[in-house]
Design a protein around this ligand. Structure first.
Ligand code: DGT
Ligand code: MG
Length: 633
């Protein structure tokens, strides 16, 4: 029995950006001569990324440092454990792209991906086109100033496409599906304009910010992200119409495109979900492939295999994926995804993050004194991040005159004294830990991803500026965090934690923020960020670490500077392909297998540290990663 595909809403135009070799590009921007040299960025003993010169010489993402050195002895290795520079570059690029939207619908996914909903810009331009002369069109970027924009040839798509060649609407749509030729032409025109806007933005981003990117253009987040991957790097791909067919098959480019993806590569279908689906399709447990570092399985179960399976549909998927805490409509959502339907909206830019979360992982954390020390480091990072992300300077034009007394104060930032105010107050402080399970009788330890947590009101002294970060952090540990910790772990010993997380949440915008809207405060936030950062800047030494560093890995794992382990984008990539199992971020939501997109790096969590090499990665990737170490050299 074949179940009909869900309806797609093709009314939007979404552009997805993925910066090329992002971490390496950040270093190249600081020192342009690195561009022509093989450059790799190291975190623990792993090359987390490398530039294209290094890739040309056989290096790749998530390679062991010692292998990279063997392969390319003159590789320049820079340390990338301090995420500050990546976070700043990410925010700067994001703000830049945001300035081109009218709706403010711009959403970051991790540090190096951005979705833009440009539907309104496209629709406006469609309305102004001269259909008798599409070749010499002018794309308007400003509704109020008709001179701002660029020339483009709206009679064709800019850049690459999927499929490579466009079929005419007669052959592709009408004859097979009776889809109206008008719908086909209308979508094609809007996608064409989207492709020209994407090209303009890519160009501007490169010219003005120094970053090249890989871009996808389609009608929803899922399709734009996936189609961008078709041509990497420094390229763009537009998914061509027709997008739908009543028969749910041959005529739809969406189906043709998505069908060839492994089920685990669909964003929104997490590791556990993909595994359950594979098992069902195969009728037996899917096997792992020891040869893949991050590839969780060697089974080749494609979307097509799932979609066309007899009886497959929302109900069956719902039953298959059911479990405690799983949303009721999960079956429908997943059915939508494998049919290229993604109704999630591109989130509007937020003035402040919804929460700020800092965490670190540990091989062994089983003493109160040690826990107190770690809490101190995490608290320091949290207070710094709160000051950086939740405050804005009060400018000379007395913009802050209407503020409450408590909201403003004077802090020393760099050499200048600046007045700051809080844009939002997190009302809640949450402490979470992940205790290791006791050893099994056979000496092995079962893995758990479960966290336990306790929350309390955020102490108000945290919002004062007169005391330094260290003083506030110490007070926070003594007065708030240790009491919470003792509630979580009343026993003096007998526990061993693999992770500790601090989260400032339950954000309450200050009165003036709510009044004046997001835009002004984002601007202020970025304006002051450089100053704020200067004070805490950790300089990485751009020299290749010595071999002894490799022996330092064990001490490095739980002894990390909390300032360097601030929660940021952390995701894992397959060696040759990308997809959700590689890219899904590992917030608690992800672990609960929700299909929500996690888009704000400020809320993402680092995974675990590998006990052998110290590489940080999502918990779900750890088993596959550990197998990598068993491989012969
Ligand atoms: P690309 O997009 O293939 O040209 O290369 P990148 O380097 O931009 O890779 P991407 O987009 O997957 O990830 C962005 C950055 O995130 C990358 O520069 C380094 C970091 N990153 C990626 N995967 C991992 C990972 O598994 N662990 C850690 N710690 N960082 C990662
Ligand atoms: Mg990238």
């Amino acid at each position: 029995m074949q179940i009909t595909a869900p309806m797609r809403d093709d009314g939007r135009i979404i552009i997805h950006f993925d910066y090329d070799c992002f971490y390496a590009a950040v270093f190249e921007r600081e020192d342009p001569k690195l561009k022509s040299l093989p450059l790799a960025v190291q975190q623990k003993q792993i090359i987390v990324t490398c530039n294209y010169e290094a890739r040309r010489r056989g290096l790749y993402k998530l390679q062991l440092v010692r292998e990279a050195r063997k392969r390319c002895p003159d590789v320049i290795i820079v340390l990338g454990e301090d995420l500050t520079r990546f976070r700043n570059a990410s925010k700067d690029n994001y703000n830049f792209l945001r300035s081109y939207t009218w709706s403010n619908k711009v959403e970051r996914l991790g540090f190096d991906e951005v979705f833009m909903d440009v539907t309104d810009v496209i629709d406006y331009n469609v309305g102004l086109l001269n259909y008798n002369d599409l070749v010499t069109s002018f794309f308007h970027l400003d509704r109020n100033d008709p001179t701002i924009g660029f020339h483009c040839d709206a009679s064709r798509v800019f850049g690459r496409t999927f499929p490579k060649h466009l079929e005419s609407c007669e052959t592709a749509a009408v004859s097979i599906t009776n889809t109206s030729c008008n719908d086909f032409e209308d979508l094609l025109l809007r996608l064409r304009l989207g492709s020209h806007l994407a090209e303009h933005l890519r160009h501007q981003l490169e010219e003005q910010k120094g970053y090249t990117s890989t871009v996808g253009i389609s009608t929803n987040k899922l399709l734009s992200k996936l189609v961008g991957n078709v041509n990497k790097p420094k390229n763009q791909t537009t998914l061509l119409p027709p997008y739908s067919s009543p028969q749910g098959g041959a005529a739809s480019n969406v189906t043709n495109f998505i069908d060839d993806h492994d089920i685990g590569k669909i964003p929104g279908i997490g590791f556990k979900m993909a595994h359950k689906i594979r098992n069902y399709v195969l009728g037996r447990p899917a096997a792992f492939d020891a040869g893949l570092v991050y590839g969780p399985t060697k089974e080749n179960v494609k979307v097509r295999d799932v979609r066309t399976l007899d009886g497959m549909g929302p109900e069956l998927l719902g039953r298959l994926l059911a479990g405690p805490g799983v949303p009721k409509d999960l079956g429908e959502k997943v059915w939508g995804l494998i049919n290229g339907v993604d109704v999630t909206q591109v989130a509007k830019a937020k003035a402040v993050p919804q929460q700020i979360s800092i965490e670190d992982s540990y091989i062994k954390l089983d003493e109160v004194s040690q826990a107190k020390k770690e809490l101190g480091m995490l608290a320091r990072s949290l207070v710094k991040r709160m000051r950086m992300d939740l405050t804005s300077p009060i400018e000379d034009d007395n913009l802050g005159r209407d503020l409450e007394e408590d909201d403003e104060d004077q802090v020393q930032t760099g050499s200048a004294v600046t007045s700051l105010r809080w844009m939002a107050h997190p009302k809640t402080l949450r402490l979470s830990t992940r205790p290791r399970l006791a050893l099994n009788p056979d000496g092995t330890r079962s893995r758990t991803f479960n966290r336990i947590s306790k929350s309390t009101n955020m102490p108000t002294f945290v919002f004062g500026f007169t005391q330094g970060v260290d003083v506030i952090a110490d007070k926070m540990v003594e007065e708030t965090l240790l009491p919470l910790f003792h509630k979580l772990h009343p026993e003096k010993s007998g526990w061993n934690l693999s992770l500790v997380n601090l989260c400032a949440t339950n954000m309450s915008p200050t009165a003036s923020d709510a009044k004046d809207g997001a835009g002004r405060d984002i601007g202020r936030m970025f304006k002051k960020q450089d100053d704020m950062l200067r004070e805490w800047k950790v300089e990485d030494v751009d020299i290749a670490p010595s071999d002894e560093d490799e022996n330092d890995q064990q001490k490095g794992i739980n002894g990390l500077d909390a300032g360097k382990t601030v929660v940021g984008q952390e995701h894992t990539l397959a060696l040759t392909s990308v997809g959700s199992e590689d890219l899904l971020d590992f917030t608690q939501e992800t672990l609960q297998e929700d299909v929500a997109w996690d888009s704000d790096d400020d809320t993402q969590n680092l995974g675990e540290s590998c006990r052998i090499c110290g590489a940080v990665m999502p918990s779900y990737a750890m088993l596959a990663h550990e197998r990598f170490h068993d491989l012969p050299d």
